[in-house]
Design a protein around this ligand. Structure first.
Ligand code: COA
Length: 163
């Protein structure tokens, strides 16, 4: 089974990594797919996001990190993937994710979405919370993988934005 875990990953958090680790055990190959979205002003560039995800997942053999633009259903076809993995943190995620899963299935009847519940310790976590803590000079070490924390602190461009 080939799976795709798509997202913005701006930046990857411990919550994302939890889903990646668990999903990689359910699939032969797991693509972590970073959305290229020029319309959304991002904290990190796509290259930086990919670099951070690669360092966080380097010990997981069947994970490949890729960038994508366009429709998720087209990526599924391109990669010959069987399903999309999405994480659900709380009921508030459900409505949006349910709509996306149905829309994707409507566009491609083979597009199955598999929802994984976030582990309880990560249900409050989001990339925007990590960005906010970082930008106000707070400590993000409990919320992102160790190598991600190190790399973010070394990214000069990001460092320049820190208050
Ligand atoms: N742990 C921690 N945070 C999590 C999480 C988890 N397990 N799962 C999701 N999140 C958070 C993210 O950190 C992000 O937080 P933020 O908003 O505070 O930055 C938020 O949930 C949303 O996640 P994001 O990665 O932005 O994904 P998304 O649900 O908005 O979807 C795509 C992104 C790529 C899946 C979606 O936009 C897509 O498929 N785009 C391609 C175009 C397409 O096919 N669209 C569908 C038809 S219109």
């Amino acid at each position: 089974m080939i799976a795709i875990y798509p997202g913005s990953f701006d930046p990857i958090t411990n919550g994302h990594l939890d889903i990646i680790k668990r999903a990689s055990k359910l699939s032969e190959k797991l693509y972590v797919a970073v959305l290229v979205n020029d319309r959304k002003k991002a904290f990190l560039s796509v290259e930086q996001k990919i670099d951070l995800i690669k360092c966080a997942t380097e010990d997981i053999n069947n994970v490949e990190v890729i960038a994508f633009d366009g429709l998720l259903v087209d990526l599924l076809k391109d990669k010959n993937a069987n399903f999309v993995i999405k994480g659900l943190r709380a009921i508030t995620d459900f409505e949006y994710e349910f709509q996306m899963a149905q829309l994707n299935k409507d566009m491609n009847v083979k597009a199955e979405t598999l929802f994984m519940m976030s582990s309880p310790e990560f249900t409050f976590l989001s990339s925007s919370a990590v960005r906010e803590i970082y930008n106000f000079g707070g400590d993000i070490s409990g919320y992102v993988p160790k190598c991600v924390e190190k790399k973010i602190n070394n990214i000069k461009e990001v460092e320049g934005r820190r208050k």
